[in-house]
Design a protein around this ligand. Structure first.
Ligand code: NDP
Ligand code: GDR
Length: 343
């Protein structure tokens, strides 16, 4: 039997790289969209690279951009995937205040370009949309699939559009399309400007004597931080059900940025208050104060449950960043051996 074929947008990002690994392990043929850049941007998936001339190759990369609808139609028609995972986005909330129009175009309109490409290609495919807990914004926790949305950033407003357009294509065209409403999830592959990775990289650098201070914004916000490899398993499970539905993935445990800081610094034998300074440039014009998810529906329907909470994550990421610094020059941090309990 021919292997299942998946298309991942955002394959070079944190989640895309873990999802590609997962699907390759499950025997899929994996196609990923990459953007042309003046420098290499495939570090997170270089370890998965296969020469496309190899008859056994199962990973294929294609140049494309969510801003280019015609290209998406061509690719969907050629690849004819069984499953499409739309993970590509301008995904940084703070940056979305600087670039609201670009964020709307990629993170919002990009989703309908891809959905329209699926429809115009006339293929039968299952579609996953990377929706976000940022949709809840000002709605107090705990948040689940029935909680009202109240976006608090251009990013969240763009994700609100992609959420509803995905639902609309499900209802209007009978497409198997789902929204995964994922709460924050992190890993040693997390982008360096998101708060968790910013903290754990700084801890490693301070511990090594390469840095003294860390400038931070609001330490009071509460987030429900989970471990990214577990969340991509949840994405896949959402596309294996009998009927399409939307699901929250979360740990159910909320901690403050300050808690994460304290745990990360203490894990390296450091006192966070000796090093952390305030810088207002990291504040957002409108903040999301507290996100804590209730993942009951995913547990019941998908058998999915997170096992790593924010505290464990802080320790895991500090270990990985310390190991990465010790192996400076190592192309990718996950090649460094992590503590056995991490795996
Ligand atoms: P990343 O920021 O790590 O990755 C984003 C990906 O999108 C990268 O591969 C990037 O490519 C690609 N991309 C950006 N703009 C375009 C474009 N115009 N055309 C094509 N590709 C583009 O995000 P994550 O992996 O953390 O998140 C994956 C998805 O899940 C995102 O949609 C995010 O908004 C959403 N999400 C993430 C959560 C999290 O906690 N991580 C929680 C909830 C939702 P390049 O490498 O070239 O920049
Ligand atoms: P978030 O993640 O906005 O929740 O979006 P981020 O890590 O950027 O911020 C989390 C919280 O930390 C506060 N904070 C800082 N944040 C950053 N980046 N840098 C700082 O110096 C800093 N100091 C304090 C923020 O104000 C915020 O309250 C992430 C992204 O992955 C989205 O794509 C995704 O949809 C949501 O998670 C769920």
């Amino acid at each position: 039997m021919a292997p299942k074929r998946a298309l991942i947008t955002g394959i070079t990002g944190q989640d895309g790289s873990y999802l590609a690994e997962l699907l390759l392990t499950k025997g899929y043929e994996v196609h990923g969209l990459i953007r042309r850049a003046s420098t290499f941007n495939t570090q997170r998936i270089d370890h998965l690279y296969q020469d496309p001339h190899d008859p056994d190759a199962r990973l294929f990369l294609h140049y494309a951009d969510l801003g280019d609808g015609a290209r998406l139609v061509t690719l969907l028609s050629e690849i004819r995937p069984d499953e499409v995972y739309n993970l590509a986005a301008q995904s940084h909330v703070r940056v979305s205040f600087d670039e609201p129009e670009h964020t709307a175009d990629v993170t919002g309109t990009g989703a309908v370009r891809l959905l329209e490409a699926v429809r115009l290609a006339g293929i039968s495919t299952r579609f996953y949309q990377a929706s976000s807990s940022e949709l809840y914004g000002a709605t107090p926790p705990p948040q689940d699939e029935t909680s009202p949305f109240y976006p608090r950033s251009p990013y969240a407003a763009a994700k609100l559009y992609s959420y509803w357009i995905t639902k609309n294509y499900r209802e209007a065209y009978d497409l198997f399309a789902v929204n995964g409403i994922l709460f924050n999830h992190e890993s040693p592959r997390r982008g360096e400007t998101f708060v968790t990775r910013k903290i754990t990289r700084a801890v490693a650098a301070i511990k090594a004597g390469q840095q003294q201070e860390l400038f931070m914004g609001n330490l009071d916000s509460v987030r429900d931080w989970g471990y990214a490899p577990e969340y991509v398993e949840g994405m896949w499970r959402m596309l294996q059900t009998d009927t399409p539905d939307d699901y929250v993935l979360a740990t159910g445990v909320g901690i403050t940025v300050r808690d994460f800081l304290k745990t990360a610094f203490e894990h390296a034998g450091l006192n966070w208050a000796d090093h952390v300074r305030f810088d207002e440039r990291y504040l957002r014009p409108t903040e999301v104060d507290a996100l804590v998810g209730n993942p009951k529906r995913a547990e019941q329907d998908l058998g999915w449950k997170a096992s790593v909470d924010g505290y464990a994550l802080a320790r895991l990421m500090v270990d990985a960043d310390i190991a990465a610094l010790k192996c400076a020059g190592t192309p990718w941090v996950d090649r460094v051996e992590l503590p056995s309990w991490v795996a």
